[in-house]
Design a protein around this ligand. Structure first.
Ligand SMILES: [Ca+2]
Ligand SMILES: [Ca+2]
Length: 362
């Protein structure tokens, strides 16, 4: 019973950061979607001869961030003009091998490997939420586990399980490992884990604008490669096909994470910007960010809160981008460059990872 209570709290934390996934769009053929905004003065391109290993230089430019596509989620609209300085960006998500090297050199322990800190947890819960007993505050993380049959889609605990012992080395919990998965993206990464890796590597996490600019790669269509999820009838990213969450047809060849570079790069030479794992950015999540920029709403009072999520007034969330292997056209249509979600900074999941950027030659 008490165990259930802890799970409820953790699921609650996750639920409040994923509620937008429940707003599926009805139009599944996006080929006729007309975009109101056109790119302006976009000059993004790969340049410079001397490049850091595994990174490309993105030339700065101006672009429309967000979208006016009415089949998008409300927090993506309206499109706003944004100017970006040039930067280096990893061509792939950070892999298990890279994270393993970081941990080997630093002895770093991720958030998922440590017992939850109640003082941090309660900041994101309604006041007077009772504290679970200490012996239940154990290290673990949220793992996607496909149910055997169709379930109540309003209850995400039907497919998100709090698994004691789940972390980047054991993505599905004790008994699972990452042997043979050096080239898969690392998962169960919380914001501070990603930032620690970035600091160690002399890089930083991308802003949301940088990430989106790099993902769009000069395109203003629904996907970087056009308005249809498939390109020439072939899947171009690791997403979810079938009936979410119980039936994964794996038409793209992968049920969970895929090795990075399993799908073609975008026009900037970047892999898996769409799908595979969500990617953490350095920006606080404000669901109304673009409406504020368009003066449709007052500016966020950061003296009160750094972020704004109407579904959760207690949120302490950073923006994550790109969707994951769990994004599907019948449930969570977040596999688009403009899609955005807030993620609790104190937790990761089995479908969240990251990549880094840098301003300087490394
Ligand atoms: Ca897949
Ligand atoms: Ca990705």
């Amino acid at each position: 019973m008490v165990k259930k209570a802890l799970k409820t709290i953790l699921i609650y934390l996750f639920l409040i950061s994923t509620v937008s996934c429940e707003k599926s769009t009805e139009n599944k053929d996006f080929s006729n979607v007309k975009m109101n905004a056109e790119p302006i003065g976009l000059e993004g391109k790969i340049g410079l001869d001397e490049k850091p290993k595994g990174m490309v230089w993105i030339e700065g430019g101006e672009f429309f961030m967000g979208t006016n596509d009415m089949e998008s989620y409300p927090d993506e609209r309206p499109a706003v003009s944004s100017k970006i300085d040039g930067f280096w960006i990893d061509i792939t998500e950070v892999t298990n091998l890279e994270f393993k090297t970081f941990v080997k050199e630093t002895g770093y322990i991720t958030v998922a490997e440590k017992a939850p800190d109640w003082e941090e947890m309660k900041l994101q819960l309604p006041p007077n939420t009772p504290k679970p007993s200490e012996d239940l505050l154990v290290a673990g993380s949220l793992v996607f586990v496909a149910p055997e049959s169709q379930v109540d889609m309003k209850d995400i605990s039907n497919w998100w399980n709090w698994v004691e012992g789940a972390n980047w080395k054991h993505p599905n919990g004790p008994g699972s490992d990452i042997v043979g998965k050096d080239d898969h993206p690392v998962v169960h990464i919380a914001y501070e884990d990603a930032k620690a890796f970035a600091d160690w590597s002399g890089k930083r996490l991308p802003t949301e604008a940088e990430w989106e600019y790099a993902a769009k790669a000069g395109s203003n269509s629904r996907f970087p490669w056009g308005n249809k999820l498939k390109l020439g009838g072939v899947h171009n990213a690791n997403t979810f096909q079938g009936d979410f969450p119980h039936l994964n047809l794996m038409e793209d060849g992968f049920s969970g994470t895929a090795p990075v570079k399993s799908f073609p790069p975008n026009e900037f030479g970047l892999y898996d910007m769409i799908g595979n794992v969500w990617e953490i950015t350095s920006d606080w999540y404000d669901a109304a960010a673009y409406k504020r920029l368009q003066k449709q709403l007052p500016e966020l009072d950061t003296a009160i809160s750094k972020c704004f999520n109407p579904e959760n007034p207690y949120a302490i969330e950073k923006v994550i981008k790109g969707g994951s292997f769990l994004c599907s056209d019948d449930y969570c249509v977040n596999y688009r460059p403009s899609a955005r979600r807030g993620q609790d900074i104190y937790s990761g999941t089995s479908n969240i990872g990251f990549r880094c950027v840098s301003d300087n030659q490394l």
